[in-house]
Design a protein around this ligand. Structure first.
Ligand SMILES: CCCCCCCCCCCCCCCC(=O)SCCNC(=O)CCNC(=O)[C@H](O)C(C)(C)COP(=O)(O)OP(=O)(O)OC[C@H]1O[C@@H](n2cnc3c(N)ncnc32)[C@H](O)[C@@H]1OP(=O)(O)O
Ligand SMILES: NC(=O)C1=CN([C@@H]2O[C@H](COP(=O)(O)OP(=O)(O)OC[C@H]3O[C@@H](n4cnc5c(N)ncnc54)[C@H](OP(=O)(O)O)[C@@H]3O)[C@@H](O)[C@H]2O)C=CC1
Length: 515
């Protein structure tokens, strides 16, 4: 019997960010392994014209929850969606709901965040810092609370090369930043943002670091732990391999490469690609929840959930395997054949952006205009290049994360828990994982039918022929222009032609002699 699974039985669990990528996998695993848990409260806001109930219905009816419905048929009765907007004071939660949360919650998993790299400092602070502070305040009023688990990121201190499982202070106190954002106007905030984030690449990593400081400062006598995952990718094993449902991290770029939009990226092939499967993160999170509640460590422990020091894979190997998978399992209606180069040089990157990205987009838009359609490729390409430029920071350097606490926890688990809540990435086979990831992107994210693979392959063959034809035509035109303008080119041309002629005559003569 799994001790961790038994621990969650009968518990009331509060999850923020349950509608997000990690939150869904966390809920799924909880219901599947501890179907006797009492209730999962999820803080949800209405979105995209959907009510709370519609959002929950959609999640429960997705493929991800198929196994859960077998193990826990009354799962819909055990989810209680509570209206909450983390941008509002007290999250806009009604008095009755708040009362219930305060009096019943046993465990909190705080996953909600803005993960956008380009968010304004005001919004990123509101969600990643102020909301964390408010949640901690709520937690401190919960008499039955056993553990508060905060999800941060391994990149919260990406300005350092070696990162320990400790909370590093930021130069300006989070409280001062929260206070000043209340009265500063947006223009001034934009101006001071680069100074505040310093050598971090974006507001996301900076505000996640501030969020950790808030957790440390407001922890009081609660049992708190922080999890720092690196780049979270599709599921490795559970509930099935390759599940992914958003474009964050590598997923968007995998699609861009598979559809033939992304032809080159400024990335260091030997830099460590610290990807971690979402189910591994969730297993560690649940194990940490159990350990924190049962063993009550004296201080707030930080757990790194990374792959680099256990089982490193680099971007070169990853890119190669992604492209190799597209040979076998191509995406439908690709714009060009999948091919992506890694370059480390700024000049080459600019050249490839102009020649391999912008030029084909302009030519295609011209073709769309000619055929009476609305041009869209240049806009899409500009967006892609902007996204790629934001990812460059993460694919051109390697970090070292120490993992003492994570390893300590691994050794504390019973063999059964090590199996059911496996977070040992030494067992991960990268080639197999990446292949399943690419397949998952195709099936679950793009919702493409596997029956369409032969047609997709045919389409790629057509694109290859067009590519050859285009290159041959381009070469002939260039050559023709050169011959018309340069005596030297003409001489070379006549030399080649006469050489070929002589060779053919010799070949014909020798074959006649043999006969
Ligand atoms: C063979 C080669 C393999 C190479 C393989 C390299 C992998 C290299 C991974 C490094 C990864 C580091 C990750 C750090 C690890 C964390 O800890 S961070 C957590 C992860 N966070 C993220 O990844 C957030 C990144 N995303 C963003 O910040 C914003 O979406 C962006 C990129 C700034 C775009 O903003 P925007 O232009 O306002 O666009 P947005 O409204 O979000 O979406 C607009 C459109 O773009 C699409 N889109 C959104 N995001 C993306 C995306 N990432 N990609 C493509 N399209 C996207 C949307 O679907 C949408 O399409 P439409 O609905 O309009 O058709
Ligand atoms: N994905 C990754 O690569 C990594 C993620 N992390 C961390 O993991 C955690 C989960 O990330 P992930 O699941 O990928 O992120 P997602 O963007 O998929 O999910 C974010 C969640 O936060 C919720 N949320 C955002 N704003 C609000 C709001 N104003 N009110 C209520 N809920 C809100 C979203 O709700 P809604 O559906 O309504 O938008 C969603 O459920 C985050 O803390 C992130 O920093 C750490 C490392 C890497």
């Amino acid at each position: 019997m799994s001790m961790i699974a038994a621990f969650y039985g009968g518990k009331s669990i509060l999850i923020t960010g349950a509608t997000g990528f990690m939150g869904k996998v966390l809920m799924e695993k909880l219901f599947r392994t501890s179907p006797d848990l009492k209730v999962i409260y999820i803080l949800v806001r209405p979105k995209a014209g959907q009510t709370l109930q519609q959002r929950v219905f959609q999640i429960l009816n997705s493929k991800l929850f198929e196994k859960v419905k077998e193990v826990c048929p009354n799962v819909h009765e055990k989810i209680r969606a509570i209206y909450a907007d983390l941008n509002q004071n007290d999250f806009g939660i009604s008095k009755e709901d708040m009362q219930e949360l305060l009096s019943c919650t046993n465990i909190i998993f705080h996953c909600a965040a803005t993960v956008r790299f380009d968010d304004t400092l005001r919004h990123a602070v509101q969600l990643n810092v102020t909301a964390t502070q408010q949640l901690l305040l709520m937690a401190s009023q919960m008499p039955k609370l056993e553990a508060f688990i905060h999800i941060s990121t391994a990149f919260s201190n990406c300005n350092l090369k070696h990162i320990d499982e400790v909370i590093y202070p930021c130069p300006v106190e989070p409280k001062k930043i929260i206070d000043s954002l209340e009265w500063l106007d947006d223009a001034i905030i934009d101006e001071i943002t680069p100074k505040l984030i310093g050598d971090r690449p974006n507001t996301y990593t900076y505000t996640k670091a501030l969020g950790e400081m808030v957790v440390q400062q407001e922890s009081g006598n609660m049992n708190i732990a922080i999890i720092r995952p690196s780049i979270v990718g599709a599921t490795w094993q559970e509930p099935f391999p390759g599940w992914v449902d958003n474009l964050n991290g590598p997923s968007g770029l995998i699609i861009a490469a598979g559809k033939g939009f992304l032809r080159a990226i400024k990335a260091t092939p030997m830099a460590v690609a610290d990807l971690i499967p979402v189910d591994t993160v969730v297993n560690l999170t649940l194990a940490v929840g159990w350990y924190t509640a049962v063993h009550r460590p004296k201080s707030t422990l930080v757990y790194h959930c990374t792959s680099g020091n256990f089982n490193p894979c680099n971007w070169g190997k990853m890119g190669f395997q992604i492209l190799a998978t597209f040979e076998k399992i191509p995406l439908e209606r690709a714009f060009r054949r999948p091919y992506a180069d890694f370059t480390t040089n700024n000049f080459t990157t600019q050249y490839r952006n102009a020649v391999s990205h912008r030029a084909p987009a302009i030519i295609y838009d011209f073709y769309l205009r000619l055929t009476g359609r609305k041009p869209r490729m240049t806009k899409l390409m500009n967006r892609l290049l902007r996204t790629v430029s934001m990812m460059e920071y993460f694919v051109n350097q390697s970090w070292e994360w120490s993992t003492y606490n994570t390893e300590m926890l691994m050794s504390e688990l019973s063999p059964e828990d090590q199996r059911v809540f496996n977070f040992d990435v030494r067992q991960l086979n990268w080639l197999e994982y990446i292949e399943n990831y690419v397949l998952g992107v195709k099936k679950y994210l793009l919702k493409e039918d596997m029956a369409g693979i032969p047609e997709a392959k045919q389409h790629l063959k057509r694109l290859r022929n067009i590519h050859y034809l285009f290159n041959t035509a381009l070469f002939l035109i260039a050559w023709r222009l050169l011959i018309a303008r340069s005596q030297m080119a003409r001489n070379v041309w006549f030399f080649i032609v006469s050489f070929c002629y002589k060779f053919l005559s010799y070949f014909r003569a020798s074959s006649t002699l043999k006969v």
